[in-house]
Design a protein around this ligand. Structure first.
Ligand SMILES: C[S@@+](CC[C@H](N)C(=O)[O-])C[C@H]1O[C@@H](n2cnc3c(N)ncnc32)[C@H](O)[C@@H]1O
Length: 504
């Protein structure tokens, strides 16, 4: 099943219809490149579970074609599409008959869901309200009211009904991506849709294309990609981005839900120049690196009991944070630089030769022998060090972040920890060091706290997007990826507090 064959089929079927026939049923196919962009975005934001994919207005299946390209033809999945018009349905059914995609020749809006789906990506019909027959419109309005509690204007285009009724088909947390006309953000009939996006689901992002960046060759319409999750609204900020691609927008700005209402025009949030914030990245402000690799945490990271037992002098000890799983707090206070935690841990590291240690610190020498018996010096890292029990030096970082997390529903997949101590951290963490020009500014604890809040306000989706996802919903982010993650709000904080005129 080649995309070029599908595209030829789509073009051929389109030429057999007049423009007004296509207007009546909203038949304007998505360019493949755009479908792939949206699908890549979906992949970054979904775990690698078997995906159940729903396309309510499938046409010849450009999104399914993009799905196979992005997720892979062998990815475990099932897919269902609806197409009302047999002109597209019959050839599309033949085209996809050897695939996992089931296509039904039916009106999506009249279907009763018998199963729920984890991913929906579509470009629904844009039909204007006067193409919707009046009895059908009444039934749909009633359905929307029943399902969402929202009264929808009779002037709303068909895509509004598609979107608002779609959640009946979605699993909790399902990702839903819609390519729809941008008009809903400003026109009166769009209020119901905006209300729905703010209150009934968890709106994640709206990526708009400027009027001079039309996405369709054959429809003069400016469009937006609306992304939401099927769950109650969360505290996550909503990203408004524009142009470029949804994966790499030209500009973006985050808004807390409380700043948005269904009454205001949303398109101005991004189009007026003053409101466009150049996207600064974490790497603009921080150098990031992995914490230290000790070569054997059980040997090198010790508690006070071991320190006392082997009389290990403090000059060989540096406070260290416990591993991320054991660190429940997001802010580490300290006394004399030692973290105030249930249990204190220290990194043991010593550059003295063994015979010197044997003479001056006999108990410590016994501890080193214990490590030797456990085979620590033969490990990959220790075998390359001299002496093997000397760990690399590292500075405490003001912010640290566990570099992996689980579950897309957990808002703490990635959390930033304010480290107000002299503790260093092991390689379970990423360390964020202020760039030299911000070092003195970030010594101010008020500034640090504000930056910490701004870091934690970065939508988890954009961190997830910058990182990578593994099977079973395991998310990881590497130092370079973290540097590329958008960091809205920090420029403003540092701009006013640090008087850095040449921030960008
Ligand atoms: C804007 S086109 C998009 C097609 C395809 N999703 C794409 O992106 O290329 C909308 C499609 O939905 C179909 N359609 C219109 N009303 C529908 C309905 N009520 N139920 C199912 N399909 C419908 C149209 O025939 C058309 O093929």
């Amino acid at each position: 099943m080649l995309e070029s064959d599908r595209k030829s089929l789509q073009d051929f079927l389109d030429t057999q219809k007049t423009q007004s026939e296509r207007n009546a049923l909203g038949q304007f196919s998505t360019p493949y490149r755009l479908a792939v962009d949206i699908m890549k975005y979906a992949k970054k934001n979904l775990g690698i579970h078997p995906i159940t994919f729903l396309e309510p207005a499938i046409g010849t299946g450009v999104f399914y074609s993009a799905f196979l390209n992005v997720f892979g033809v062998d990815s475990p999945h099932t897919a269902l599409g609806f197409e009302i018009d047999s002109h597209y349905f019959n050839p599309a059914k033949d085209f996809w008959h050897n695939s996992q995609l089931e296509i039904r020749n039916a009106d999506f809006l009249e279907q009763v869901p018998e199963k729920k789906y984890s991913l929906l990506v579509t470009n629904p019909p844009y039909c204007r309200h006067h193409h919707i027959e009046s009895n059908k419109k009444k039934v749909l309005q009633q359905l929307v009211l029943q399902h969402t509690g929202i009264k929808i204007s009779g002037l709303a285009g068909l895509y509004c009904y598609f979107l608002m009724l779609s959640t009946r088909w979605l699993k909790e947390d399902a990702l839903s991506c819609w390519l729809i006309p941008s008009e809903f953000m400003d026109v009166n009939f769009g209020k119901a849709l905006k209300h729905f996006l703010l209150n009934n689901v968890d709106l994640v992002q709206i990526h708009s294309f400027s009027p001079d960046q039309l996405q369709f060759d054959d429809a003069l319409i400016t469009s937006s990609i609306v992304v939401f999750r099927n769950r109650k609204p969360t505290h996550q900020d909503i990203i408004f981005s524009r142009d470029g691609s949804i994966l790499k927008p030209y500009a973006q700005k985050s808004f807390s839900r409380s700043m948005l209402t269904s009454e205001t025009k949303w398109s101005t949030l991004l189009t007026s120049d003053i409101s466009v914030e150049p996207i600064s990245k974490i790497g603009d402000f921080f150098q990031t690196k992995r914490g230290i690799a000790t070569g054997g945490n059980n040997f090198f990271i010790i508690d006070e009991k071991t320190i006392n037992q082997y009389q290990i002098p403090s000059k060989f000890l540096t406070p260290v944070l416990p591993g991320p799983r054991h660190l429940k707090k997001d802010r580490i206070n300290s006394v004399n630089g030692v973290p105030l935690l249930d249990q204190a841990f220290f990194l043991f590291s010593c550059s003295l030769a063994e015979d010197e240690i044997k003479q001056d610190f006999p108990l410590l020498w016994m501890y080193i022998q214990r490590g030797r018996e456990e085979g620590i010096p033969q490990g990959y890292i220790c075998s390359r060090r001299t002496p093997w029990y000397y760990c690399e030096k590292s500075k405490p970082a003001p912010f640290v972040m566990p570099y992996m997390g689980r579950s897309v529903t957990d808002h703490k997949i990635f959390r930033f920890i304010l480290n107000d101590s002299n503790a260093i951290a092991t390689n379970g963490y990423l360390l964020l060091y202020p760039k030299p020009q911000y070092e003195s500014c970030m010594q101010n604890s008020d500034v640090l706290i504000k930056i910490w809040e701004a870091l934690n306000a970065i939508p988890v989706e954009s961190l997830v997007k910058s990182g990578r996802v593994y099977g079973g919903g395991l998310y990881k982010i590497e130092p370079r990826e973290l540097m590329q993650a958008p960091a809205p709000g920090i420029a403003e904080l540092l701009g006013t507090k640090c008087f850095q005129p040449n921030l960008f």
